[in-house]
Design a protein around this ligand. Structure first.
Ligand code: ATP
Ligand code: MG
Length: 507
C-alpha cells in the first residue's frame, strides 16, 4: 500500500518535472500577513520551493527565501508602495531569472532586464537563472593571459590575469571606482566584454559612470547592471548574481569577460538588512552567519575555462569599502581570503595627490605574475622591491641632515619612479607605452630632470618610441623577449626624447 502511494507520488513528480514544476501547484495562492522594508511575510503556499518566484498583484515579483512551517519570507524585487497586508499572492513555479545575450551590450538595465536607459526594451536570446553552479574544478584552466588595466602601477607591480579575482579595497573616495572604470576603458579593441554591476550606490554616481563609459566609447562592449540605494534590498542582493549570469553567457561562448562589482560592502549590507528583517540570528558585526558563503559562491563563478569548454574567462574585480583603513574588519577579511589578491588604495596617498593612490606594499596579485609579458617582467621585476626600499629610505632620510651621495641619489631616483607611477584617471596606457617609460626610468634617464618635467619627458618618450619603433613595440605586446640591442634602440630613442624635454625647459 505504502509502496503504491510512493510510486504514484514519484510518477506524479516525474511527469510534473517533465512539464515544468509549475504543474506541481498550479493555482496555489497565499495571503500577505505583513509587508515592510522590502520583505513580505506570507501565509499559505504550502508547496512553494526555496528561491521560487512569487507573484504579487500588478506583476510584482518576489523570491521566497525563508520557508517556515507557518510562514514564508519573500524578498521583493520591485517597489512595494502599492502592496499591503491582506492581498493575495500566487506561486509561479519558476525560479528567478535574467535575460542574457548580445542584445544587452551597450545597455543599462536591472537584474530582471528592466530598461534604465530610456531605450527600447532589451533584445535577448534567452533567460537564465540568477543562481548557477560554478564551473567544476576539472573544467578550469590556469590563468595565462594578462588582463591589461592600462594603469602603470597595476600592470607593472600587481599584474592581473584573465580569470583572476582581484579585490579593489580602500576607504571612501580613494579612487576605487576609477581603477575599475579605467580598466574597462582600456579594453577598447581588445575583444573583451565588460560588465559593470553597481549595487547600492546613489543614482547620480551610476549616471556619472555611464556617462564616462559613453564618452570613452566603452559602452558598446559593456553592460551596466544597476540596483541603486533606492531599490529594495532583495534586488540589491540578487543583482551581482544576475550580472554574473549575463557574464557567463559570453564566457561559455569562449569569450573573455570582465565583471566589476561596485561594491560588495553594500551588497553585504543588503543581505544583512534582509536577514535581520527575517529575524535570522545575527553574527559578527550583525551579519548573518552565511555571509562568507554568499560572497564565495559568487566569486567562485569567475574562472578561466579549459580549452575543451571553449577557453573563455571571467575576471572579477570586486570592490570593498573600508572604514578608517581597517582591512581586518569582517567583510574585508572574508573577501581578501576569497580573492587572488588585492589592490589597496590609501587615503594618505590620495591626499598627497599621488594618484592613483595605490599602496604597492599592501597590494598583491597571487596568480597574475605568470601572465605578465617577458618584456614587461624585465622592466617591472625589480621595480616593486626597489620602490619599497626607496619609501623606507625616504622616511628615515627625513630626520637626517646630511646624506651620503649614494643615499641621496637612491632617493632622487625613487622620487622619479614615484612621479612616473602617477597617472591621471581615464587615460589608460597601452602596454608598450608603459614598458618603454619604465625602462627609461630604470635606466636613470630621468635622474637629472626636474620632478616637474617628468610627465613631459614621459609623454615625449611614448610618442617617440611608439612612432619610431612600431615593430619593436608590437613585439613587446606579443609576448616576445627583447634582445639587448633592441633594448638599446629603445633607450636611444627615449634618451633623445628626454634631451628634447631638457632643451624645452632650459635645464
Ligand atoms: P566612493 O567611495 O565614493 O565610491 P571611490 O573610492 O570609488 O569613491 P572614485 O569615485 O573613483 O573613488 O574617485 C574619487 C575622486 O577622485 C573622483 O573625483 C575622481 O575623479 C578622483 N580620482 C580618482 N582617481 C584619480 C586619478 N588617477 N587622477 C585624478 N583624479 C582621480
Ligand atoms: Mg566608487
Amino acid at each position: 500500500m505504502l509502496q503504491e502511494m510512493l510510486d504514484d507520488t514519484i510518477a506524479a513528480l516525474r511527469s510534473a518535472a517533465a512539464r515544468g514544476t509549475s504543474e506541481l501547484h498550479p493555482l496555489e495562492t497565499g495571503t500577505v500577513s505583513h509587508i515592510g522594508g522590502g520583505i513580505a511575510r506570507i501565509k499559505g503556499l504550502p508547496s512553494l520551493t526555496y528561491e521560487e518566484l512569487v507573484e504579487f498583484p500588478g506583476k510584482q515579483l518576489g523570491i521566497a527565501i525563508n520557508l517556515e512551517p507557518d510562514e514564508i519570507g519573500v524578498m521583493l524585487l520591485g517597489d512595494s508602495a502599492s502592496l499591503t497586508a491582506g492581498i493575495e499572492v500566487r506561486a509561479t513555479g519558476r525560479e528567478a531569472d535574467t535575460p542574457v545575450g548580445e542584445g544587452l551590450l551597450g545597455r543599462v538595465i536591472d537584474a530582471t532586464g528592466r530598461v534604465l536607459d530610456h531605450g527600447k526594451p532589451v533584445r535577448f536570446n534567452e533567460r537564465r537563472p540568477f543562481e548557477r553552479p560554478a564551473p567544476a574544478i576539472m573544467d578550469r584552466a590556469p590563468v595565462t593571459v594578462p588582463l591589461e588595466t592600462g594603469i602603470k602601477a597595476v600592470d607593472a607591480m600587481i599584474p592581473i590575469g584573465r580569470g583572476q579575482r582581484e579585490l579593489i579595497v580602500g576607504d571612501r573616495q580613494t579612487g576605487k571606482t576609477s581603477v575599475a572604470i579605467d580598466t574597462i576603458i582600456n579594453q577598447q579593441g581588445k575583444q573583451l566584454i565588460c560588465i559593470y554591476c553597481a549595487v547600492g550606490q546613489r543614482g547620480t554616481a551610476v549616471a556619472r559612470v555611464v556617462d564616462t563609459l559613453r564618452r570613452h566609447d566603452a559602452l558598446p562592449y559593456s553592460i551596466v547592471v544597476v540596483a541603486s540605494d533606492e531599490d529594495p534590498p532583495g534586488l540589491r542582493f540578487v543583482t551581482p548574481y544576475a550580472a554574473t549570469t549575463m557574464a557567463e553567457y559570453f564566457m561559455e561562448k569562449g569569450r573573455d569577460v570582465l565583471i566589476v562589482y561596485d561594491d560588495l560592502t553594500r551588497h553585504a549590507r543588503a543581505y544583512r538588512e534582509i536577514s535581520l528583517l527575517l529575524r535570522r540570528p545575527p553574527g559578527r558585526e550583525a551579519y548573518p552567519g552565511d555571509i562568507f558563503y554568499i560572497h564565495s559562491r559568487l566569486l567562485e563563478r569567475s574562472t578561466h575555462l579549459h580549452g575543451d569548454r571553449g577557453g573563455g574567462s571571467l575576471t572579477a574585480l570586486p570592490i570593498i569599502e573600508t572604514q578608517a583603513q581597517d582591512i581586518s574588519a569582517y567583510i574585508p577579511t572574508n573577501l581578501i581570503s576569497i580573492t587572488d589578491g588585492q589592490v589597496y588604495l590609501s587615503p594618505t596617498l590620495f591626499h598627497k595627490g599621488l594618484l592613483p593612490a595605490i599602496d604597492v606594499g599592501k597590494s598583491v596579485s597571487r596568480v597574475g605574475g605568470r601572465t605578465q609579458f617577458p618584456a614587461f617582467r624585465a622592466v617591472a621585476g625589480d621595480l616593486r622591491l626597489s620602490y619599497a626600499q626607496f619609501e623606507e629610505l625616504e622616511t628615515f632620510a627625513r630626520f637626517a641632515t646630511r646624506l651620503d651621495e649614494e643615499t641621496r641619489s637612491t632617493i632622487e631616483h625613487g622620487r622619479r619612479v614615484r612621479e612616473v607611477l602617477k597617472q591621471p584617471e581615464h587615460r589608460p596606457l597601452r602596454t608598450a607605452a608603459q614598458i618603454v617609460v619604465l625602462k627609461a626610468v630604470n635606466a636613470g634617464l630621468f635622474d637629472d630632470l626636474d620632478l616637474d618635467d617628468v610627465s613631459d619627458a614621459e609623454y615625449r618618450i611614448q610618442r617617440r618610441v611608439l612612432g619610431e619603433l612600431p615593430e619593436l613595440c608590437a613585439r613587446m605586446e606579443s609576448g616576445r623577449v627583447l634582445q639587448d640591442q633592441e633594448w638599446s634602440r629603445v633607450l636611444e630613442a627615449a634618451g633623445n626624447a628626454v634631451s628634447e624635454t631638457k632643451r624645452g625647459s632650459g635645464s
